[in-house]
Write a new protein. Structure first.
Ligand SMILES: [Zn+2]
Ligand SMILES: [Zn+2]
Length: 378
């Protein structure tokens, strides 16, 4: 297939129907050989063998693999003001901001889809204040009453989750301490169990999950006792097996962030234990942290694969950044290439199941049916 028509992508009108035929389509859960994706306006109209979609819209051939736009579940692009256009051009079509200024959901229409947590709820003087200051990133909640009120304000401002910090400090190799000189040394205060339970209760009443920043056993224990839904990181410090087993039994969801934590002492073994216990990691990078690319992070995907020691396939790992991430956001079929899903997709030349690195510079990026990166003829 070498009759790619780049102009078809760039000059299409917003509501037209077109069909992109590819060598293979990864739909978020499986690989379909010689399939095509039909797009109508901002939605996927159909995914089927090429022959079945011939004549249903302008046909464009793409010599490579189509995939859903990727979803990063852990980022701080708003606080760091990372350029959203750059992120989108590098394959992420949805990013969940897990700590930063409070904004309502936006994008998904040719712009990066951004969903946010708003400022991180923390104890007075708690993390992230000693590292990143308090403005636009932290919200101090000294007691149950202020905690409930803060959750209410976050909900009213458009937060899609509530983030809390359970960080006493001192984890060797943690990216939030390396390179940042804290304004005062650990130990840093952590919200009480009573305050955390109030946050979880108030968030759940409003239909939101609670995610926590944590780095070790102290945070993990508190998170389990408070009923927190998600760990925003695989912990940096070694976690005892009984805590891993309790997390699995409680159905805790865990976001990876393995790349940015690659200097942590416990992260690789924790990841292996979590996967062995049946917790499928979700893809997140802590985008905006040092050493994390502004787009899909192939190193993160590789580390997720290696941490599983053969228990996961490359396809499982790509699902963690697409279909399973969309489900985790409660926005399925976002993250899938199926009828009715948002027309957020990317294309790479070659097979990304064999080479994750291809994903870092996609040849095609479409957001809400709008072409952001058009393939060039080779
Ligand atoms: Zn964190
Ligand atoms: Zn973070």
């Amino acid at each position: 297939m070498n009759n790619t028509l780049p102009a078809s992508f760039t000059h299409g009108s917003a509501n037209e129907r077109y069909v992109v035929a590819a060598e293979r389509v990864f739909d978020g859960t499986r690989v379909l050989e010689q399939h095509a994706v039909a797009v109508s306006g901002d939605r996927i109209a159909a995914v089927a063998p090429v022959d079945r979609l011939r004549g249903t819209g302008r046909l464009i051939r793409f010599a490579g693999t189509l995939l859903p736009g990727f979803i990063d579940l852990h980022a701080h692009l708003l606080f760091d003001q990372t350029p959203q256009e750059t992120i989108l051009r590098h394959g992420l079509t949805t990013v969940r901001d897990t700590g930063g200024p409070l904004v309502p959901p936006s994008g998904g229409d040719g712009r990066l889809r951004v969903l946010g947590a708003g400022p991180i709820l923390t104890a007075p003087g708690g993390y992230p204040i000693p590292v990143f200051g308090g403005h636009d990133i932290a919200c101090e909640v000294p007691d149950v009453q202020t905690a409930r009120a803060a959750v209410g304000q976050h909900v009213a401002g458009g937060a899609v989750l509530i983030k809390v910090a359970l960080e006493p400090g001192g984890s060797p190799g943690a990216p939030w301490t390396g390179g940042h000189q804290p304004t005062y040394p650990p130990p840093w205060p952590i919200p009480s169990l009573e305050v955390l339970r109030a946050i979880v209760d108030e968030a759940h009443t409003n239909g939101l999950i609670v995610s926590c920043h944590l780095s070790g056993p102290e945070g993990a224990t508190l998170a389990l006792e408070a009923g927190i839904d998600e760990w925003a990181h695989v912990p940096c410090d070694p976690i005892p097996h009984d805590l891993v087993a309790r997390a699995a039994a409680a159905g805790v969801r865990v976001v990876s962030t393995l790349d940015t934590q690659s200097h942590c002492t416990g992260v690789a073994n924790n990841a292996r234990q979590l996967v062995e216990a049946g917790i499928l990691l979700l893809y997140g990078t802590d985008l905006a942290h040092t050493d994390v690319p502004w787009g899909i992070d192939a190193q993160e995907l590789l580390l997720m694969l290696h941490a599983a020691h053969g228990a996961l396939t490359p396809l499982d790992v790509l699902s963690a950044a697409t279909a399973r991430a969309g489900e985790h956001l409660g926005l399925a079929p976002l993250g899938q290439l199926v009828e009715g899903a948002p027309a957020d997709f990317i294309g790479v030349r070659g097979n990304p199941l064999e080479r994750f690195k291809l994903l870092e510079y996609p040849d095609l990026v479409v957001s809400g049916g709008v072409t952001i990166v058009a393939p060039v003829e080779h």
